[in-house]
Ligand binder design. Structure first.
Ligand code: AMP
Length: 410
């Protein structure tokens, strides 16, 4: 016997109810984004590797060790997208959307991202993200607050009563961040020998990322580290205060977390993460970026965006929320004539918008009725061999005779 081929590690199959949950979440989130004025977009699954190296940052873990780099077939190297911000900004520059008279640009997406990570619960190598990007000459206060509002709204829309916590921080301008990085470097220099291998590397590449370390033994060093707030300019501090004030005015509860630095290098200014079950990691992450467009060869525009991990949303729902996405049918057509008359009726009902399915000809009447129950069919139409038609209401089990014209009138 040949060996059974299994799916690659860290990937997920979606079938039946899982697939219905996925498609239903997708539709709900995209229509919510539309209500906030975003237009849906899709970008290529793979891009030139240098796009992610330049934007996400050489020092970020995503680029250092977590990208799926494709086998080089020509003179270019390509990478499966680990996230969407870089691609959307690339598309805005390439298509010159930035010269549009209606700024800010507002795009939403729902698609797969790929990261070569060690798979565990809530962490996959191929996963779905829903998110948005707002791009403008200057990202004002209202765009920043609205982005966080939409991220919270999106999680709540799917999670219902399950609590969603928002953690926020302010990373400051490039200059403030550079000063802060220097302070962190000096602080950790004599402690780094006792810290994990990743932190040793981060000290040289991007000391900010040390703050994000999840290793328990490292936390005791991190808690006494200098705080970013001490390195913000007056202007940065004022902006953060105004964001907090506006969030309070809008009744959004949040917690300021000094150690929130985000995994990608391009963030400056306001950043946030959303959590439901902390064990799963962040449900969503986002923030403002100021120099990404310029680094990618575009104008000096700014952007803000977030991304929600759909698999983590689904995991948060399991056992708590209602995952009631059962397939159902309006009509199940059993064709005992086996001559295609059933197909004609099914086609006419589908043209009217009904959900209709048929069993195979080989199924017995009893087997077909059992199948109609399993498929949650509301009604069964029997196309009988004596040239009559019967309609069976599957909830009351009542059956009545119908003429062909009456069936067409359903
Ligand atoms: P990030 O771009 O890293 O901030 O990711 C945004 C969100 O995507 C996270 O908050 C997670 O919900 C989700 N996410 C990131 N990486 C993974 C992964 N490897 N598997 C599943 N979800 C992920």
């Amino acid at each position: 016997m040949s060996e059974i081929i299994k799916k690659p590690r860290g990937t997920v199959d979606y079938f039946y109810e899982d697939a219905s949950v996925l498609i239903s979440i997708k539709n709900k989130l995209l229509s919510l984004a539309e209500r906030y004025g975003f237009s849906f977009c899709t970008v290529p699954t793979f891009e030139e590797s240098r796009l992610f190296h330049r934007s996400v940052g050489e020092s970020s873990d995503i680029v250092r060790k977590e990208t799926f780099d494709l086998v080089n077939k020509g003179d270019r190297s390509y990478t499966l997208r680990p996230e969407f911000t870089a691609s959307i900004n690339r598309a805005v520059i390439e298509n010159k959307f930035f010269s549009s008279p209606s700024l800010p640009l507002k795009f939403s997406y729902f698609d797969k991202a790929f990261r070569y990570e060690r798979p565990q619960t809530g962490r996959y190598r191929e996963f779905h993200q829903f998110g948005v990007e707002i791009i403008d000459e200057k990202i004002d206060l209202s765009s920043q607050v609205e982005t966080l509002l939409l991220a919270i709204d999106a999680c709540k829309m799917i999670l219902g009563d399950i609590e969603v916590k928002a953690k926020i921080n302010f990373l400051g301008s490039v200059t403030s961040r550079d000063n802060y990085k220097k302070a962190l470097y000096s602080f950790f220099a004599d402690k780094i020998q006792y810290m994990c291998e990743d932190c040793k590397r981060r000290l040289e590449t991007n000391p900010l990322r040390i703050l994000d370390c999840k290793v328990d033994e490292d936390r005791k060093f991190i808690q006494d580290a200098p705080k970013i707030t001490d390195y913000l300019t007056e202007e940065d501090r004022e902006e953060f205060e105004q964001i907090k004030k506006l969030l309070l005015k809008l009744n959004v509860s949040f917690q300021v977390d000094d150690n929130l630095v985000r995994g990608l290098d391009y963030y400056t200014g306001f950043v946030f993460e959303l959590y439901s079950d902390e064990k799963l990691g962040a449900l969503a992450g986002g923030g403002k970026y100021s120099s990404l467009m310029k680094e990618l060869g575009g104008p000096e525009f700014e952007g803000i965006g977030f991304s929600i991990g759909i698999e983590r949303l689904i995991l948060s729902l399991i056992g708590k929320g209602s995952l009631d996405y059962k397939k159902s049918l309006d009509y199940f057509v059993i064709d005992l004539r086996k001559n295609g008359d059933g197909l004609i009726i099914a086609k006419k009902l589908r043209d009217k918008g009904y959900k209709v399915s048929l069993p195979s000809f080989s199924r017995s009447m009893k087997g077909a009725i059992k199948m109609a129950d399993r498929e949650n069919a509301k009604n069964v139409i029997i196309v009988d061999s004596d040239m009559t038609y019967k309609l069976k209401d599957m909830s009351t089990r009542e059956q009545k005779d119908l003429t062909f014209e009456e069936i067409l009138g359903l």
